[in-house]
Design a protein around this ligand. Sequence first.
Ligand code: PMV
Length: 327
Amino acid sequence: MPAYTATALAHPNIAFIKYWGNRDDVLRLPQNGSISMNLAGLHTHTRVSFDPGYEVDTFSLNNQAQVGAGLERVSQFLDIVRTMAGKNWRAQVESANNFPTSAGIASSAAAFAALAVAASHAIGLDLTERQLSTLARRGSGSACRSIPSGFVEWLPGDHDSDSYAITLAPPAHWSLVDCIAILKETYKMTGSSEGHRLAGSSPLQQARIASSGARLDRCRQAVLTRDFDALASVVELDSNLMHAVMMTSTPPLFYWEPASIEIMKAVPEWRRSGLPVCYTLDAGPNVHLLCPETSVAEVRSRLEGIHGILQVLTAAAGGGAHITTED
Ligand code: PMV
C-alpha cells in the first residue's frame, strides 16, 4: 500500500433552495446562494493513494475502471490539490456508492466532497472545514454543501476563497426525512455542468436570481424554527422556478417524467388534507418528498398508489464529510 493514502466518506445532499447557473463556470461560483440537507444512510466512500512512482492517475467507481470524461474530471480536480500541496504525484482513486448509481440520484456532490477530504488528507494538507468546502466546490458546486454537517447553507461569495458552505443546524435539530421516489429514466439527461451553462439563456433566470435572497431568508428561518408549512411553500416554489428556467433555456431541458408530474400534483393536495409533506426535484425525474419522520409511513403508502415508481429510498439529515479509518 502506498504511504500517502486516506479514505473518506460523504453523503449526497438535497437542495431546499436550488443552485442553478454560475457567475464563473471554471471556479463554479454560483449566481445565488442555496440551502440543503445532507442525506444520512446514502454515501460515497473514496480511497485516494498518492505515490511518487505512479505515472498516471487512475479512477475506479464501484470496482469499474473509469476512462474518458469521468477520469479527466477527477484528474483535473487532483491537479488543484497537487498545486495546493506543491507536489506532482499521481494517484489511484477508488470510489464506491452504497446507493444504486443507476437510480439517478445525483452522486457528484458526495463524490467530490469525499474526494476533497481523502485527497487533501492523503497528500498531507491539513485543511479547515471552510477550505475543504471551497475545494469540493471546484469539483461540483453542490459538493461544497456535503462537507459541513446537517442543514447547510452555501454562501455564494465573490471569489474562490469566500464561496463555501456552513452548517445552519446539526442533523439532530429536525427529524425531517427525504423520501426519494425513484422513477424510470427513459433517456440520457443533460448533466448539471452543461445545465448551469445554459441557465443564462432563459429569460426567467434573472428574475429567479433577483428573488432568491427572499427565498433563502424564508427557507433559513423555516429550518431554524422547524416550521414545516413555511418550508413546504418555499421549497416547492424554488423547485418550480428552477425547472421553469430549465424548460425555457436554449435548448430547453425537460427533466420530468409523467409520474414526476403526478406526484407534484398530488403532494399539495395531501398537504391540504393534513399530511405534512412537500416535493422538490433536482436535474432528473426523481421526486424528493420531504416530511417529518412521523409521516414517512403514510407518505410511502400514498406513493404506492402512483404508477411508475421503481422504489422509494428514505434518508434523514446526515453528518458532514469525514476521514474514515477503514481501509
Ligand atoms: O453540483 P452540480 O453542478 O451537480 O449542480 C447541482 C444542481 C441541482 O442539483 C439541480 C441543484 C442543487 O442545488 O443541488
